[in-house]
Design a protein. Sequence first.
Length: 202
Amino acid sequence: MKTTSFEKFAGLCAILTGLVGFLYSVAFIIISRNAPALGGLLSWLLLMLGGLLSAVALVALYNRLRETDAAFALLALLLGIVGALGSTIHAGYELANIIHPPTSPELNLPSEVDPRGLVTFGFAGIALFVVAWLIGRGAQFPKRLGYLGYLLAILLVVIYLGRLIVLNATSPVIVVPALLAGFLVNPIWYIWLGLVLRRGQR
């Protein structure tokens, strides 16, 4: 197949999404422990950038997966875009609070845009589950990319449920899936997707 210029661009964005996701995990988990202000600033900046980059990759995914099932591919695109833009808006909100801290006391309330990661993790996980299912049914992507997509989808939904129910960020219910997703599965999945898109593989 011929690789379109958009697919090459989307492939680059997917690779950058994987790298930015890894750096986000480094900032959020490692840097924040030693330098909370710097870690917070970097993590929200990277989350915002990652959301924008992943939106481009999702459009390229839709463009290929609609050959397998157009309606399900559109559903995955819509859920994925909500997740990507929701994480971008959530990060922008947190970044605005860091740059100009509010005068009222911190109440630790959930974000109105993304309560406890509903769109960042919940919607994104559901979208990825549909994407993985479509990859398994079609011939546009390697089947193993679909299997890895299932794993990432499960981890994202578990992270959301952990943040919603457990709330304690140090609980193993949140920490273990967050470490697996942030440092391994998410970066590998997006970089692999990016390489496939750039090479024009089917």
